[in-house]
Structures are given as structure tokens and as C-alpha cells.
Design a protein around this ligand. Sequence first.
Ligand SMILES: Nc1ncnc2c1ncn2[C@@H]1O[C@H](COP(=O)(O)OP(=O)(O)O)[C@@H](O)[C@H]1O
Ligand SMILES: CC(C)(COP(=O)(O)O)[C@@H](O)C(=O)NCCC(=O)O
Ligand SMILES: [K+]
Length: 276
Amino acid sequence: MKSQQYLKHIENQWLALEIGNSRLHWALFVGESLKSTCDTEYLPESVIQQLGNSQTNWGVGSGKKGIFSTFLPLPPASYPLPLFIASVVPKQTALWESYPDVRVMTLDQIPLKNIYPTLGIDRALALWGAGMTWGFPMLVIDGGTALTFTAADAEQTLVGGAILPGVGLQFVSLGQKTGQLPQVKMEEITSLPPRFALNTAEAMQSGVIYTLLAGIKDFIEAWLCLFPDGKIAIKGGDRILLLNYLQTLYPEMASSLIVEPNLIFWGMQKIVMATK
Ligand SMILES: Nc1ncnc2c1ncn2[C@@H]1O[C@H](COP(=O)(O)OP(=O)(O)O)[C@@H](O)[C@H]1O
Ligand SMILES: CC(C)(COP(=O)(O)O)[C@@H](O)C(=O)NCCC(=O)O
Ligand SMILES: [K+]
């Protein structure tokens, strides 16, 4: 790659970080194109400090296995890369304050109307990303730590939404807040449980899954009643699990969903590129 071209390539690189309540979600952009994504656990403060140190090459092009050696498959670049953060975990956001080139996304940057001040930046960005990519009216379902519904009308005005414990959180609360219920592990759930279960683990799976799916169906029906031309997108770590079950129970509805894990990154891309 010629040096001029290479420098252009380098200066266009930027990182997007979605800090959720379970994990970190990363995206590497070159200009407006999304090059790669990865999920990691929260990083220890020492690692965060190291990443901000320009000597630290994030693992690309060097023999040493870097933290993101698969994620940043680009030739060694001048670090630190510009980092844009969308976070719903203030304690985690604070750890990144010392990073030399960091910008924390805020609600006022998102052109959605009728936003309320405590709306999650993740919900707003995902809705903006989905609506700007596939059109409004748009309902976004995020199967994350919390399961959220967030909707906007054809005028890009927030209609509103809902928040409830995600799949994982529901099993954690049953396992931790009761005397004798086991901790159901998500990976144990390989198929739809019987609705009327005859053992404890399946009774827990049935309770959580059938009510969540019924709730999703109910919200989708209410959404389509309000906006018959409305679109629906789904993201989040539980999206595949939920989608598989929805396909079994409500195949028509499932096939109409836009499945896109990177909704927030598309929202960030629209905003970052508009300010570049
Ligand atoms: N490797 C993983 N680590 C944690 N949660 C995971 C993982 N893979 C899938 N999940 C599921 O994703 C959900 C968390 O969703 P995610 O969108 O990653 O969280 P966040 O709220 O941090 O954005 C959990 O309920 C869990 O069931
Ligand atoms: C509801 C959420 C915790 C979901 O976050 P996540 O499950 O992705 O970690 C987050 O969107 C949030 O902190 N919202 C603030 C309250 C609101 O949106 O009204
Ligand atoms: K999320």
C-alpha cells in the first residue's frame, strides 16, 4: 500500500465501543466501513491503561498475541486509534477517561426527537442505526442483559419503549434469590422446553422462555397495530436464542424481523461520519 494511501487508510481508522451491562462490544471502522467486530469481557484497568499507551500495538502485525489480534487484522498503525464510546455503565465509562483519544457519545448527538434525558444511549443509537439503515417507523428489540423495546415513528420521533430482565438475568435471579432453585445455564437450553414441565430445570426454562416470547409477540402485535408499515429489528446477545424460539412458535412473525447485532455501530457510524 503506497504511503500516501496508507496514511489515508490509517487516519480513517476508528474504534467504536458499546459498553453493556454484561460485556464490551467492539467495532473497527475504516472511514464509514465496518471492518470487524468482537465481544470481550470488561477489561482490567491495567489493560485499559496499556491500550492507551501509544507504544502498545493492539496485537496486529506483531508476533505477540495481542488482545485484539484477531479483531484488528490491519498492519501496525499509529495508535491509539480514536475511540468512540456508547456506554450504559458509568463505572466502566470512567475507566476509559485516561484513554488519549476518547469521545463518549451523548443523547444530544442523536437526531431522534422526543428523547427523554435518562434514555439509554444504547437504545437511542440502536434505534437511530436501524431507522437510518432500514427506515422508520422502526421498533428495535434488544435481547441484552435487559431486554428492551425502543420505537420511533416515521418522523424519527421516539414513540417510547419498555425494559425487562433479559433471559440470562431472569435465570440468575431465580438461581440467586431462591433457596433451592438451581442456576440454569444458558448453554444448557438446547431446545424449547415443554410448556408444562415435569422437572425443576425445565419448569424454570418454560417460565422464562414462554413468557418472554409471549411478551415479544404481544409488543410486536401492539407495534404493528400502531404502525402497520413499521419495521422491527432485533439485536443483543440473546437474539439468536430468541429468534430460534420465535421461529418455532410464531414463524410468520420471526421471518419479518431484521436480525442485526451491529445496530448501535450503524447508529454511531451515521453520527461520527456526519461530524468528520
Ligand atoms: N459470551 C457471552 N457472555 C455473556 N453473555 C452472553 C454471551 N453469549 C451470549 N450471551 C447472552 O447475551 C446476553 C447479554 O447480551 P449482550 O447484548 O451481550 O449484553 P449487553 O447488555 O452487555 O450488551 C446474556 O443474557 C447472555 O445470555
Ligand atoms: C435498559 C439498559 C440497562 C439496557 O442495557 P443493556 O442490557 O444493553 O446492558 C440500558 O438501555 C439503560 O441503562 N437504559 C437507561 C434507562 C432507559 O433507557 O430508560
Ligand atoms: K445491549
